[in-house]
Design a protein around this ligand. Sequence first.
Ligand SMILES: [Mg+2]
Length: 268
Amino acid sequence: MEMKQDVKRREAMRNMYERTRAILHLDLDAFYASIEQRDHPEYRGKPVIVGGSPDRRGVVATASYEARKYGVHSAMPSRTAYRLCPQAIFLPARFEVYRAVSHEIMAIFRQQTALVEPLSLDEAYLDVTASVRTLEEAARLAQEIKRQIWEQTRLTASAGLSYCKFLAKIASDAHKPNGLTIISQDEAPAFLEALPIEKFFGVGKVTAVKLRELGIQTGRTGDRRQDADAQGALEHVRTGHPGRQPTAGLPGVRGDAARSARAAFRTG
Ligand SMILES: [Mg+2]
């Protein structure tokens, strides 16, 4: 009897460690600007910039995709944005509206899982491990969430699906707007090898310059001889800032998959 229990316990432990998580990162597309275009049909299809006025010392909070074509992006001085795109419609932020929409979106997320970790008004990680058995099911769930957001708010979101937060977030950014990108465990190493170094979580502008000086352009290491400094720095980047793991005790893999295997990356 006792032996049987031991076997069972060992098996349970193994399952716990082998089981991987399904993490979604959902991110609304050009959130503030999209809300303004939704609420003001006359702004649709036009460059819209939400943020500070260009004649004061404001910055861009969100630019619509039409404005981004001119090189306008968040955190840019509004004056610079005006120079790049003088025909843009500049609007002050309506935070009470954005917050209300955010509540709606977070409620949609919480219908799917209790394990929601909001990052901002329009972005969250969802641990959906308990509701799906396969990556395909998780992808369908992501589509369903995107559809619900559209139905309820008339806004589009991009979704990233992977087994850890770091890759899920990178994935959601890969095909914006209205994208769904999947990075499976098999695909992760090749994806990371091709990923520009500044895309790694925790790598800001200054660190990126330093890493590039050390010869590190991407997540690729492996077959190239690098000095110990560079190797150490990259290991730190890969493993030192995997992002807080979300919520309660689900076992899983951390964001250091580049060590394991190889493959491509796909979108669905
Ligand atoms: Mg967003």
